[in-house]
Design a protein around this ligand. Sequence first.
Ligand SMILES: Nc1nc2c(c(=O)[nH]1)N[C@H]1C(S)=C(S)[C@@H](COP(=O)(O)O)O[C@H]1N2
Ligand SMILES: [Mo]
Length: 530
Amino acid sequence: MTSTSPASLRLWPAAIAGVVAVGAGLAGGELLAVTVDPNASPYVAVGSAVVDHSPAAVREFAINTFGTSDKVALFTGMTFLIVILAAACGVVQRRWPPAGTVIIGLFGVVGALAALGRPDAVWTFAIPSVGTALIAIVVLKVLLGMLPGAVSPAGTSPQDRDTISDDGAGMSSGPAVGRRFVLTAGGVAALAVVVGVMGRRILADTARTVADRTKLVLPKPRSAAPPVPPATDIGVPGATPFVTSNADFYRIDTALQVPNLTTADWSLRIHGMVDNEIRIGWDELLAMPMTERLVTLTCVSNEVGGDLIGNARWLGVPMSTLLERAGIRPQADMLLSTSSDGWTCGTPVSAVTDGRDALLVVGMNGEPLPLEHGYPVRQVIPGLYGYVSATKWVVDWELTQFSKARAYWTSRGWSALGPIKLASRIDRPDSRSEHPRGDVVIAGTAWAQHTGVRAVDVRIDDGPWQPADLAEQYSTDTWRQWRFTWAASPGEHTVACRAIDADGRTQVEDYASPVPDGATGLDTRTYAIT
Ligand SMILES: Nc1nc2c(c(=O)[nH]1)N[C@H]1C(S)=C(S)[C@@H](COP(=O)(O)O)O[C@H]1N2
Ligand SMILES: [Mo]
C-alpha cells in the first residue's frame, strides 16, 4: 500500500481508458460521417439538438454571455461534459461491468436519435453514432483488460473484481499500470486525434461553395441604391461606420455547420395557399430585375447598448415579385420560410406586399453573400427583427396562416410578430473612460426601421433631456448617427440617450428583457471627468 489513497489511484487509469475510448469512438464517428453526411456527425447532431431544444431564456443567456462566440462556447462545454462522462464510464465499467459499456451504448442511441432528427435525415444518419459507440466499447474493453487485476471479461464477476481492488493489488503489486496500457492508450489517443481532426476538416470543407461564390458575377440592379452622402456620417472619430462591412457584420444563427449550398444546388419552392405551386432556380432568379437597398438589420436578442445590429447594402429580387408569380390566396397571412438546414421563420405577408423593400437577397455590400450570411440566397425585410424576417440559406416558402403555423423561435417563447423597437445607443467614448473637463463629444446611433428617426436626446445625470445633433437621414430603413457636445464638469457623470421616431413616439425608458419581442430601456455610460 502506498500513502496516497489506493482507491483513487486505481480509478485514474480506468478514467483515462474511458476518455481515450470515447475519444477514439468520436473520431471514428467523424470519419463515418464523411461517408454519410456532415450533419450525421454525432458531435454536431447532439450539439444541434441542444440548440434546437433550448428555450428562449437559454438562447438569451448564451448570446448575452458569449455573444457571437456562442457556438464555440457550446462545443467547448460539450467537450468538457463528454470528457467527464467518458471518464466516469471508464471507472464504472472497471467497478461494475458492464455498466460503463451500457452507458456508452445509451449515448450512442442518443447520438443516433439526434442525427435522425436532423432535417433531411435518412436512416444512414444513425451509422456514425452507432459506430462511435461500438468503437468506444471495444477500445474500453481492450484498455481495461490491460490494467492489473483485470480478468478476461468472460470470467470476471463483480465479486472477483472487488476482492482484487479491496486489497489494493491493482496498484501495489506486479507491474501496476503497465507499459502496455500506457503505450496502447497513448497510441489510440494519438490516432484518434489525427483521425478526428482529419474527419472534421473534411466535414467542414467549404471549398466547393467557396469556389462557386468566387466565380459568381452579380447582376447590376435595375433599381440602384441611392449613393450614400458623406453627411450620413457624423464625423466623429471612433463613431460606428454608417455602412457595416461584411467582416464586421454580426452573425446569429442556429447552424453549427454553415450550410454548404452552391448556386447549382439552390432553388426556392413556393407552395401552400397559392394558385400555382412554383419552383424558382438560380438562373431564373438572377434573370429577374434586381433592387439594391441599404437596410439596417437587428437581432431581437440585442440588449440595450448591444452590437447585434448592422447596416448593409443588399442586392436582391423584391419578394413580392415571386409572390405575384405564385398568386397568393387572400386568406394567407404568413409566409413561412425554411432554410436548407431546417430553420423556419414566419413573416406577415403584409410586410412583404405593403411596398417596403423586402428582398430575396443575393448580394451584400457589392459581393455575393458571405457563406455565414446565407449564401447563396437570404431574405432581408426592413422593420422586422431577424428571427421573423431574415432567413438565410432560404429554400422553401409556404404560404399559410398565423393561426396554423409556428416557426423556429416562435415555438420557443418568442412573439409571433417582431417589429423592431425604436432604440438608440451611445458608441463613444468608451464607458468608464476619463476625460479632462470641458467639451466631450459623445456619438451614437439610433434606429426606427421603416419609420425613421426624427430626434435624439441626451441626458447628463438627472438633468433635462437635451437635443443631439443628427447626421443626415439616409432612408427610413437605415439607422441614423448622432452626436452631442457636452460641456463636462469634474466628477463622475452618467450619460443617457433616447430616440424619437418620425411619428413622434419616444423610445421606451423602462427596461424590458429581449424575450419575447425585443429589449427596451435606455443606454447609459458613465464617465470620469477630471
Ligand atoms: N437559416 C437561418 N436563418 C436565420 C437564422 C437562423 O438561425 N438560421 N437566424 C435569424 C436571426 S435570429 C437573425 S438576427 C439574422 C441574423 O443575420 P446575420 O447573421 O446575417 O446578421 O438571421 C436570421 N436568419
Ligand atoms: Mo436574431
